[in-house]
Design a protein around this ligand. Structure first.
Ligand SMILES: Cc1cc2nc3c(=O)[nH]c(=O)nc-3n(C[C@H](O)[C@H](O)[C@H](O)COP(=O)(O)OP(=O)(O)OC[C@H]3O[C@@H](n4cnc5c(N)ncnc54)[C@H](O)[C@@H]3O)c2cc1C
Length: 330
């Protein structure tokens, strides 16, 4: 692996182009003068370059494995330990709300870390990336109780999250979605349907996975006006916030090939009367999910830059290494 995190480039952008020291009045920026940010960049470079980058090839070659009996996914060798180091280093919490254990630093600092992670090992970086998107959606649309239950664990990285939009017959046009939600006497819902291409849908790196699932409550209007959003946890949290019983109706039934991202588990998620909890109002789920979808869109842009950097570095190393042809002067 040739990737060397470009700390000087990040420092140049943050200090000289964005003038990070002049934004102290904005939330989070007073805690992020450039000398602090520079130390964060150095530490980020060390973690992403020395821990994540060496796992990129093994992630690609070994990939994720699904046990069809237990419906559990094993991530490539080294991923689990690297994720533990990531959580211990506080990297999942950089830009998150201090009210839930986050560091409250500006998003632009989190973005620099995410870009280095994506260059080093994009498949790995998608696990915390999806979790952060789910965190943002719950932070925006969840009840106080939902925020208290889920956000601290997602900020610490103990629990990750997913985005469940796509179904076999609908991608762009989510108004066609068929996953249904049936209200229960205790206020929860039973969720039934299939979602495909679910990034980080099942894995062995976190204690729980918080699936955010778009579904239509029985009797709701057709089209996008009848879509609601549900939290469907892999394990139902206990009252004290610890991990409780398995949500038996929510499982991964297949791994898919998606754009060569073998180290990230791209899952077919099957929901059969899975326990779900409504986020926000009935039929207003798409609005809350757009918090996550818009974050994912910006994240995809950043992934493009990150892959460009990694490809450039690999090309330079290859061109220097492969001596061939004849001298230009001859
Ligand atoms: C790397 C990756 C990760 C993903 N992760 C997730 C995930 O975690 N969770 C999840 O739910 N989904 C995920 N997806 C799926 C993604 O959300 C869908 O691919 C996306 O919504 C588009 O749906 P589709 O692929 O079915 O394309 P389609 O809807 O079939 O669209 C194909 C093409 O047709 C165009 N098109 C569609 N409808 C119209 C129209 N009415 N008029 C004109 N043009 C149209 C589209 O713009 C597109 O160019 C992921 C996809 C990728 C590539």
């Amino acid at each position: 692996m040739t990737y060397q995190p470009p700390v000087r480039d990040h420092a140049f952008i943050l200090r000289d182009v964005l003038n990070i020291d002049q934004h102290g009045a904005l939330p989070g920026f007073s805690d992020a003068p450039f000398d602090v940010v520079e130390q964060i960049l150095e530490a980020a470079a060390q973690f992403t370059g020395e821990v994540l980058a060496p796992l990129n090839t093994v992630g690609d070659k070994t990939g994720c494995k699904l046990d069809p009996v237990t419906n559990t996914v094993t991530t490539p060798p080294g991923f689990k330990d690297a994720y533990k180091q990531m959580c211990e280093g506080g990297w999942t919490a950089i830009g998150s709300d201090p009210a839930y254990g986050g560091q409250g630093l500006p998003h632009v600092v989190n973005l620099a870390f995410s870009e280095m992670s994506s260059s080093a090992n994009m498949a790995f970086s998608m696990y915390p990336g999806l979790a952060h998107g789910a965190y943002s959606a719950i932070h925006t649309g969840g009840s106080d109780e939902q925020k208290q239950t889920y956000l601290p664990k997602m900020v610490s990285g103990e629990w990750t999250g997913t985005m469940n939009l796509t179904e076999p017959h609908c991608g762009t046009d989510l108004g066609l979605l068929r996953t249904k939600a049936v209200p229960q006497a205790d206020g929860s819902y039973k969720i039934t349907g299939q979602k495909i291409w679910i990034s980080a849908g099942e894995h062995d790196m976190a204690d729980n996975i918080v699936h955010l699932v778009l579904a239509r409550i029985e009797g709701a209007p057709a089209g996008v006006k009848g879509i609601s959003l549900f939290i469907v946890p892999k394990f139902i949290p206990n009252a004290d916030g610890s991990v409780g019983p398995r949500n038996e109706g929510a499982k991964c039934v297949g791994l898919e090939e998606k754009m060569g991202i073998h180290g990230n588990a791209t899952c077919v998620m099957q929901y059969d009367d899975a326990v779900g909890y409504l986020i926000g109002e009935e039929n207003s789920g798409l609005k809350i999910m757009f918090v996550m979808m818009n974050e994912a869109r910006l994240g995809v842009g950043m992934q493009g830059v990150a892959q460009g950097e990694a490809a450039y570095q690999a090309a330079v190393a290859f061109a220097k290494d492969r001596l061939q042809g004849r001298r230009a002067a001859r």
